[in-house]
Design a binder for this molecule. Structure first.
Ligand SMILES: NC(=O)c1ccc[n+]([C@@H]2O[C@H](COP(=O)([O-])OP(=O)(O)OC[C@H]3O[C@@H](n4cnc5c(N)ncnc54)[C@H](OP(=O)(O)O)[C@@H]3O)[C@@H](O)[C@H]2O)c1
Length: 192
């Protein structure tokens, strides 16, 4: 069965932003251990990446190989190439077509979309934002596991991951991993 993992990059107050903090914008000649763990180590097993429309368009604008900046580190190019080649699902009612290769646009109830994707052939599935889609996934307990990349900042603004919940959702802690710049990765499995 294809596993569905939600990636949650958040500030301590649960905002889906990437603020600056000591070390966060330091140029790095090699991929950080956490980024490797969350992405590079999963390039072979994750064959589908799902994004809401805003995140999909933002990722295409920023992270496709075409958007590469001169002189950029080699390890980022590998990430760009992965995002270009992986199957991408853009969730949208408005968008009717896309020129990002290996992409499909789907719309409808998130649980139904995920169930349909699980039935298709392929490796594991990653739900890569934005916060609105991840929030719905958390509220309805739709993913098999969650990777919370928590940045050491209380930010106070930006899209929220947390909102009203219909019922308590209890998760099982699988792993914690500190980052180089005082981030922490919390890996939880859903309890069903
Ligand atoms: N921290 C992070 O991890 C992270 C990751 C990605 C993005 N971001 C930031 O978060 C912001 C974007 O996130 P967001 O939460 O506002 O938006 P988003 O989730 O990227 O996109 C929301 C859009 O997705 C579409 N959508 C969602 N569910 C759908 C469904 N079931 N069926 C059809 N369409 C569906 C809708 O588009 P239509 O209006 O076309 O129907 C909706 O307006 C940006 O500022 C970005 O920089 C943060």
């Amino acid at each position: 069965m294809r596993k569905i993992t939600a990636n949650v990059y958040m500030t301590l107050d649960g905002r889906g932003e990437f603020p600056k903090y000591p070390g966060s914008d330091r140029p790095s000649p090699k991929v950080s251990a956490l980024f490797r763990h969350m992405w590079y180590d999963r390039f072979d097993d994750v064959t589908t990446v799902i994004m809401g429309r805003r995140s999909f368009l933002g990722h295409q604008r920023t992270w496709s190989e075409k958007a590469r900046k001169p002189g950029e580190e080699r390890w980022l190019l590998e990430y760009r190439r992965y995002l270009d080649r992986v199957e991408k699902i853009c969730l949208s009612h408005r968008l009717k077509s896309t020129d990002w290769e290996n992409s499909r646009i789907l719309s409808g109830d998130l649980a139904r979309i995920l169930a349909k994707l699980r039935r298709e052939k392929g490796g594991n599935i990653m739900l890569e934002g934005g916060p609105a889609v991840v929030r719905e996934c958390l509220r309805r307990n739709l993913a098999d596991d969650y990777w919370f990349f928590v940045m050491p900042v209380v930010y106070g603004r930006g899209p929220r991951y947390w909102g009203p919940m219909g019922a308590q959702c209890t998760l099982k802690l699988i792993e914690t991993k500190p980052g180089e710049d005082r981030e922490i990765l919390l890996h939880y499995e859903a309890v069903r």
